[in-house]
Structure formats: C-alpha cells, structure tokens
Design a protein around this ligand. Sequence first.
Ligand code: SF4
Ligand code: SF4
Length: 427
Amino acid sequence: MIKKPFFSLGSPKLGYQVIAASEKDSVQKIPLPSEVTLLFELHQIPNEALKIRPGDEVKTGQKLKLTDEEDESLISTATGKIQEICDFTGYLNRPCTSIIIKTTEDIIDDGFSKANETVSAESTLEFLSSLPGDSSFSSIINPDSPLYTIVINGIDKDLMVTANQHIVGTETEDLKKGIDCLRRITNPNNVVIAVPPNLVSKAEGLGAEVQVIQPIYPNGLPEMIMQNVMEKTVPEGENCEDLGVGFVNAETVAALGSAYNKGQIPVNKTLTVIKSDGSSINIKARIGTPVKAVLDALDITTASGDRLVFGGPMTGTAIYSEDMPILPDTDAIMVQDSSQIVRCADTPCVNCGECVRACPANVPVNMLIRLLENGLYEEAVDQYDLLSCIECGLCAYVCSARIPVFHYIMLGKYEFDRIKSAEESNV
Ligand code: SF4
Ligand code: SF4
C-alpha cells in the first residue's frame, strides 16, 4: 500500500499550457511520407515465424497478421510495398520488430467495414485495439475485467502538450460517437470526461459527466485524477483498472467514434511539435511518419548537439535518430537546441531532499535513487516504494545534482517487471 497520502507541500507549481480559442481549429497536416515504419513493440520476431515478407503489398487499414499467435498483429497505416522487416531496440532496450513500407496512393482496406455493421467489443478488439492516442486501448474493453467508470482524459499528461485539448476543442462529433461506442462496448456505470476550464463548454453535450481539472502539473495524470476527482488512492503496485476505473485519451475516443462513423480505421495522429524557441504547433501526421518528414514539413532544422524528444519536458524520452517513426501514443515531438539542454550528471546524490519535497506520491526518492543506481530493483520496491511512483518526472526536474532520476525510475520499474515475469515463468 502507499505508505503516505498523496500531495507534498513542496511541489513546484507548474501550469499546463491551455489552448486559446483561436488555436482550437488550427492543425497543420503533414503530407504522406515516402516511407512509413510500423513498430511491433512486444518482442523481436524471428524471420521464420513471420507471416509477412518484404515485397508483400499492403493496403491502408489492413490488419497484418505477423505470426500465428492470435494477438500478434498490426494495422498498416499506409498503402504500398513492404520494403524491410528488421529488429529494433526501443526505450529502455525494449526489443521490437520494425516494418518499413514504401508508400503509394492510399487504397483503403475494407476488412473493418465489412466486419462491422454494428458496434461490438469483438470487432473493436479485433481491429481497433491500438488506436491513435493510446497503444493499449484493448485493456479497457477487456470483457473479463469490466470497469465501472471510464475517464476520458482531455488534458494532456505533460507540460506544453495540447494534442488532447485540441481534439476536445475540434473533434466533438467523433468524440460524441466514441463515447456512445464506449458505453455500448463496455457498459460502465459512468463515463467521465476530464478537461481544463477552457474546454468545459466543448465537453458539455458529449454524453459524459464533465469534471474540471485545474491545469496545474501533474493534475492530468490518471493517479492524480483518481485522487482529486474520484477520491480514491491507487495502492502501490496496482493501477486504476484494478480499482475498476479505466483511463483513455480523448484522441483515442474520437478515433473510435471516427472508425464507426466512417467505416475506416483511423491512421492519422494528432501531436504537438514543441520548437526550440518554446513555440508549439499541433499537427496531424500518418502513424509511422519519420520524425525527419515532420521536421522538413515544418521547416525545422537541427544541428549537431541538438536533442529530439518524444513527449514533453517532464516525462519525454530522447530519440537518437530522425528516422524514428511517430507511434500511436506519440503525443509530442520536442526539439531542444544544444544551448538549452540541461545535461544530466553522474555526480552522487547530495541528499538535498528537493525531490522528496516535490514528489506528489511522497516517495523517498533520495533513498530510492541509491538502490536504483546500483541495480537493486527488488529492494527498491520493497524498501522505498518504487511502485508508488506515478511517473510525473518532478523529482528529476528539481534534482540539484542533475541525476536523471525519472529515467532511473522507469528503468527500475521495467527491470522489476522483467524479474517478476521471469520468476513466474520459472514457477
Ligand atoms: S516521478 Fe519522481 S516525483 Fe514523480 S511520483 Fe515518481 S518519484 Fe515522485
Ligand atoms: S534532488 Fe537529487 S540530489 Fe537532492 S536528494 Fe533528490 S536525488 Fe539527491
């Protein structure tokens, strides 16, 4: 269990960016690139097990079955010829398989429209389990663990990111349809939409209970909404779904509505591009578009030493190549000029306690970091509440020794999961 209640008095007051009325309609469309890359993020698939091959022709929205395993499939986001299939290493060394498609003009696959005259959990799970905005949407429509409340998040999780606010401000018809679909598929007691005060008028009339989130970071994180709105604390090592509450981004719900409104699987993603001068723009791009194609379309150039980050300033992860594709859950691309980058250091913790004062979950970060730096992941869970962390990144933001605390924590959680899975499979 969480050993202490949420909310530390020492948290810095950082405000989310709130979009102005004039920004709600503006989104720049990025042209279809000559290549898209799809990432299968569960593991690297050996060649002999693959059901698709370089040279195969695919259509937009076609379900690509990767192996004989039931859940190993992807939706092609473009029409064209598969050029290459190779192993790929993602964040925290996660093994993935990448599929590169040389694109041609879109031909829409009719598999989804043929199979879906009515809205159902089965067809949603079969075709729409990885929609723009959320790569793990299937967990909230799992018929084996029904949810009593679904919360649609209309406030973005990181600072300077406004993709979900943009969706609430502009895609109201699809959102309304998506909320109706969610109700029919999952039959929850309640559907809530959480929005900042500027979007209340847009959220009313969508068919969900509107809850206003004060735009102070990290109020948009699911655990904080649970605490502030649902008045429930998520116990250590559990998640919101374990308490019967599912969270889904507004973009995903709009994509669900669009799929059933138009009979086509959505393949475009809304995301915020944060430029090095601090300005930002929302764009719509094909899932799988390389970052370079986005930068070119926006006339953004980078130089040696600049940094590209997927996500916002608090929880984003640096990417090492402009060939990295936009993924279904890429909410932002942040460009940092080399002169602005605050470098991490390998200096030891000076025990200043800033991280402990900032942590909204009251994790003893100053002690936790000592175990994580030494790879003692099980001890970090047992002794210093690693699994109470709600992944806000405030500890790294305030760290006076510039230790990359957040990424140590993410690595610690990932490695702890791997240790647990290995132990379970041994048993
Ligand atoms: S990321 Fe850091 S500050 Fe945020 S909850 Fe986790 S330990 Fe606390
Ligand atoms: S803020 Fe950094 S230096 Fe200070 S106690 Fe936390 S980890 Fe140590």
